[in-house]
Write a protein that binds this ligand. Structure first.
Ligand code: E4P
Length: 214
């Protein structure tokens, strides 16, 4: 399973990249706002850190507007993936842009049927939001299982990005289901590394090492 980092904070991206954990990056308007930086400037800097797919989201709501924004975004770097919302206009934009060879990440996907539509429209990536579904009492990961089955049934090439990840359990289940990618916030990435028994083990080894005659 590929790991993307879900942030527009370049320090977080650099740290995770140094750990060898970053295959790509996803951003969204909220994450860019949190970075406090100019959109184009921050996306451009991310392309200098990570050599992999970097999602940048359009904000227009109509297909022509999305297409115009997308054509500008892809000029930044060949690794740019354009994030388009899962709406009728978003699907139109996806079809047009995919036909032009632009890699599209259809975002804000909350049902397996929406994922099927995104795949049919030619999305390179599909982002179902598991955490936001869990927040409203639905099982987000159950949807991932169904999306995996549907895409495999018909041999769609679209890759599933498990998004809106809140905990290590989401990452574990994404791996068990066979999702292609998990996009992980920096805090959760740090949680993945940690295990109390690892810390205890290190302490014991170091204590015993002191007893070795020197
Ligand atoms: C996906 O690409 C989104 O950026 C992200 O995963 C949304 O997560 P949130 O629900 O924590 O905002």
């Amino acid at each position: 399973m590929k790991f993307f980092i879900d942030t527009a904070d370049v320090d977080e991206i650099r740290t995770a990249h140094e750990m060898g954990l970053v295959d790509g990056v996803t951003t969204n308007p909220s994450l860019v706002a949190k970075s406090g930086r100019d959109f184009k400037e921050v996306i451009t800097e991310i392309t200098t850190i990570v050599d992999g797919p970097i999602s940048a989201e359009v904000v227009a709501l109509d297909a022509p507007g999305m297409i115009d924004e997308a054509r500008e975004l892809v000029k930044i770097h060949p690794n740019i993936v354009v994030k388009v919302p899962m709406t009728a206009e978003g699907l139109k934009a996806t079809r047009t842009l995919a036909d032009e060879g632009v890699n599209i990440n259809v975002t804000l996907v909350f049902s397996p049927i929406q994922a099927l539509l995104a795949a049919k429209a030619g999305a390179a990536y599909i982002s179902p939001f598991v955490g936001r579904l869990d927040d409203v009492g639905h099982d987000g990961m159950e949807g991932i299982e169904q999306i995996r089955t549907i895409l495999d049934n018909y041999g769609f090439a679209s890759e599933i990005i498990v998004a809106s990840v809140r905990s290590p359990l989401h990452v574990l289940n994404a791996g068990l289901i066979g999702a292609d990618i998990c996009t992980i916030p920096f805090g959760v990435l740090q949680q993945l590394v940690k295990h109390p028994l690892t810390d205890v083990g290190i302490e014991r080894f170091l204590a015993d090492w002191e007893k070795v005659p020197k």
